[in-house]
Design a binder for this molecule. Structure first.
Ligand SMILES: [Zn+2]
Length: 57
């Protein structure tokens, strides 16, 4: 008999590597798993973007 335990420490966010569409700056963000779009403001060029997961492919 196996006892399967769900990991309670499963994070609600995942670290995603993104690059700024404006200036190309690369950064890591904590992206909520249930969010398809991540609103992000670049600290380098000051522009704001709605990033999608597909962009990193
Ligand atoms: Zn930027």
């Amino acid at each position: 008999m196996t006892h399967e335990t769900k990991d309670p420490a499963s994070p609600a966010t995942e670290r995603v590597r993104i690059s700024c569409p404006g200036c190309g700056r690369k950064d890591h963000v904590s992206w909520p798993r249930d969010q398809a779009v991540y609103h992000w403001k670049c600290f380098n060029c000051g522009k704001e973007f709605d990033l999608t997961r597909d962009a990193g492919h």
